[in-house]
Design a protein around this ligand. Structure first.
Ligand code: E4P
Length: 218
């Protein structure tokens, strides 16, 4: 399973990249706003900065909601850097834009996916990635991981090449559950990635090894 970090924060992206396990980055307009990046030019510079840190796909989301606007914006984003993946919402216009970009060989991430039917349309349109939102489904008492599992099963059964990118991951257990569900990618906050390392037996085992080493080397 590939690991993307779900942030526009450059320090966190660098930290995750230095761990040596990072395969890419996802951003969205809310994450860009959180970093206080204002204006089109600043956003574009920021995407290029991210691309220069990470050797992997970087999803940059369009703001337009109409087909022509999505195409214009997506083409500009894709031209910024070869690692950019154009992120488009799973609406009728967005699916049309996914199809347009896939025919032009431009990679896409179809986002805001909450049902198997939406995931089917994204795959049929040729999306590179489909992003089911795990945490937001859990927030309304639905089962986000179960959606990931169903999409993985449908894509495998019908042979769709679209990769299932589990998004809206909120904590470490979501990552492990998405791994079990067969997700191709999980995009996660840095804290959730670091959480994978945490185990009391690792800490106590290491402490005992170091104490024993110190005893004989005193
Ligand atoms: C990433 O592609 C999504 O935009 C992001 O994971 C959404 O996460 P949230 O539901 O925590 O805002």
């Amino acid at each position: 399973m590939k690991f993307f970090i779900d942030t526009a924060n450059l320090a966190q992206i660098r930290e995750a990249n230095e761990m040596g396990v990072l395969d890419g980055v996802t951003t969205n307009p809310s994450l860009m706003a959180k970093e206080n990046i204002r204006g089109e030019e600043a956003c574009r510079r920021h995407y290029v900065e991210i691309c220069n840190i990470v050797d992997g796909d970087v999803s940059a989301e369009v703001i337009a909601t109409d087909f022509e606007g999505m195409v214009r914006e997506g083409e500009e984003l894709a031209a910024l850097h070869p690692r950019i993946v154009v992120k488009l919402p799973c609406t009728a216009e967005g699916i049309r834009a996914v199809k347009y970009f896939s025919q032009k060989g431009i990679r896409t991430n179809c986002t805001l996916v909450f049902s198997p039917g939406q995931a089917l349309l994204a795959a049929k349109a040729g999306a590179t990635y489909v992003s089911p939102f795990v945490g937001r489904l859990d927030d309304i008492c639905a089962d986000g991981v179960e959606l990931v599992r169903r999409i993985v099963e449908i894509y495998r059964y019908y042979g769709y090449a679209t990769q299932v990118l589990a998004a809206s991951i909120r904590h470490t257990q979501h990552i492990v559950a998405c791994l079990d569900a067969g997700a191709d990618v999980a995009t996660c906050p840095l804290s959730a990635i670091k959480g994978l390392l945490r185990h009391p037996l690792t800490d106590s085992g290491l402490a005992a090894f170091l104490a024993d080493h110190a005893k004989v080397n005193a």
